[in-house]
Design a protein around this ligand. Sequence first.
Ligand code: MEV
Length: 310
Amino acid sequence: MTLASASGKAILFGEHAVVYGQPAIAVPLSHLRTTVQVESLDPGTTGVLLDAPDINQSYWLHEAAGDDPLASAVRLTLDELGVEAPVDIHLTIQSQLPIASGLGSSAAASVAVIRALSAHLAKPLEVETVSKIAYTIECIHHGTPSGIDNTVVAYEKPVYFIREHKPELIPISTSLNLIIGDTGVAMRTTIPVNLLCERWEKDPGTYGGWFEEIGEIVIKARTMLETGSIDSLGDLMDQNQTLLEDMGLSSFELQRLIRAARKAGALGAKLSGAGMGGIMLALVEPDTAKIVETALKKAGAKQVFITEVD
Ligand code: MEV
């Protein structure tokens, strides 16, 4: 039996604008993981069986649709590894990450499957290759991904990311205490991404200006993270949130949680990921974490995760 896993992720700054060439910063969430177990099938049984009990799915690879993300991860990995002989295995995929919530569940599932297969077949892959395969699968989920999700999940390090550039892994000089509140509203990435694209096409001047403002926030945030002087990092999160609101990417549920977090003493709060649902993220002092957690639950958060990034 082989076990492998991959972390979730949170975008600290720059989601959406990153699709339009601006930088963004994302961090891995190492405590929230997707795990894949690979076992050999019983003698006489052939094929690749995919089991995803969290979503009540169990199917054979040869029966899966061409664009099925888990099946694609298996097919692309076997191709990359040059495996031609049939493999007879049973993959079980389990995740702590809520689906379509901004926590990178799709990238984590892909990376965990790729890692598990390459480990099971004792054919190691470079991180860049893992990220590249996961990117191909992200393109199935939404047509124009920037590549930030597969990159931060594959490298499992904080990353400063510009589309089509080599990712820069950034050292974070001081640990960040983050609280994630899940609205419980699942939102497929394609919906906000496509909506924003339509709005940008109608008014490229205004939206392009907002993207640039976000890019400037990201550059300032990078300096703060690298130097460890994070006193104004929360303000930058609030500024980034205002721009995301201007672009129509927030929602009633997100606003309620963001307001509650700020009122309870968070240093800053914003949506994270595609928005219009999914999760929000707050930066807190360690001693206010519990107070903010309680406030988020009271304001309707379906799940709250407290995490430390360093
Ligand atoms: C999704 O996690 C982040 C977005 O910026 C889309 C992307 O970068 O591909 C909304």
